[in-house]
Design a protein. Structure first.
Length: 333
């Protein structure tokens, strides 16, 4: 495994410290941000390692591509900063490990990778996904989830195995449904110099190109978007979502907690049992959604959907997954 591409000198001489001054969870001013980031650059303990909500936002905020979150995740682990108690840590380590060799049921063709979510399988249907096979499960799981718990070594240790397993599909192309999987192959692999020997595409790029060839009925809806944490690693894909919305006649209503100020759905804090953080995040986010004037809340991450859908409904809004919204636009729903 290669080393993280991180340049401490960039942080020691930074002119912005925006990786921390823009963080909406921690509220650091320039001087305090500088002080803490210098410690992190030097590999020393910083209170930010404890306070961090693991929203990955700083990866997006750093204008210099210096991987501030991955750096923090490395230090959280090497300096023993606990983001989860020992018992849950052991259980989590086991939960997504694999036994035995991965033998694909089908080799060759087109695949949609749906991460670990069995419920997404029924969404891969209709004209949008004609001719695609679905792949999911622990053998092809990217393990990026461990970044929320100060366990980045698990992602690194399992990376080669995951990539080799997916390579066995001999696919013509793999559409990655979950942002987190795409972030692994795009952001994480690039940050650690890992080669990915197959073609992969983000769901939004796939959907946009597919919709351009189809008859689309503008939906005329006002929506708010729940931008998930992993999308912070791959912010270019958020622009593709805007293009999809434009194509299918959707207005993405401006609100406080979207785009660079997106809030985590709170799912990581269910497992780490930090109910205080969970409540604060969800309350701010749901009130903001409810006050936006939108009728729908659009999700891409299945985990955000599972975590927030019922609470969104309780606010009088309709939760919907992006790909289902696209199916509406081609008259399938
Ligand atoms: S991570 Fe980026 S923005 Fe933050 S201090 Fe380093 S160079 Fe500056
Ligand atoms: S990961 Fe999120 S909460 Fe943590 S320092 Fe970066 S922006 Fe702030």
């Amino acid at each position: 495994m290669s080393e993280l591409k991180f340049n401490p000198d960039l942080c020691l001489n930074c002119s912005t410290y925006s990786c921390l001054t823009k963080c909406i969870n921690l509220n650091y001013d320039f001087e305090s941000a500088r002080e803490e980031r210098v410690k992190i650059a030097l590999g020393e303990y910083s209170k930010v390692l404890e306070e961090c909500y693991t929203c990955y936002g700083c990866e997006e905020y750093c204008e210099f591509g210096n991987h501030p979150f991955y750096r923090m995740a490395e230090l959280q682990e090497s300096l023993g900063v606990k983001k989860i108690d020992d018992e849950n840590r052991r259980a989590l380590l086991q939960r997504y490990d694999v036994e035995g060799e991965f033998i694909p049921k089908k080799v060759g063709g087109k695949f949609v990778h749906i991460c670990l979510f069995p419920e997404v399988k029924e969404l891969i249907r209709g004209g949008l996904f004609e001719g695609f096979e679905v792949i999911r499960g622990r053998h092809v799981f990217c393990n990026m989830l461990y970044l929320h718990y100060g366990m980045i070594s698990v992602v690194k240790d399992r990376a080669e195995r995951t990539i080799k397993n997916l390579q066995k599909l001999g696919a013509d192309g793999i559409v990655l449904y979950h942002d987190e999987c795409y972030a692994f192959y795009k952001s994480f692999a690039e940050a650690y110099g890992i080669k990915v020997p197959f073609k992969f595409v983000h769901l939004f790029d796939y959907l946009y190109n597919r919709l351009k060839d189809m008859e689309v009925k503008p939906l005329g809806l006002k929506v708010v978007y729940q931008r998930n944490c992993s999308n912070r690693f791959i912010p270019e894909t958020d622009k593709t979502l805007d293009k999809i919305f434009e194509l299918i006649g959707i207005e993405r209503v401006d609100r406080e907690y979207d785009r660079e100020r997106a809030l985590c759905c709170g799912a990581p804090f269910v497992l780490s049992k930090e109910s205080g953080k969970l409540e604060v995040l969800q309350k701010k986010n749901l009130n903001d959604m409810a006050n936006s004037g939108a009728t729908h809340v659009v999700f891409n991450c299945p985990m955000c959907y599972t975590t927030l859908a019922e609470r969104v409904k309780a606010k009088g809004l309709t939760p919907i997954i992006v790909s289902e919204l696209c199916r509406m636009a081609i008259g399938e729903l």
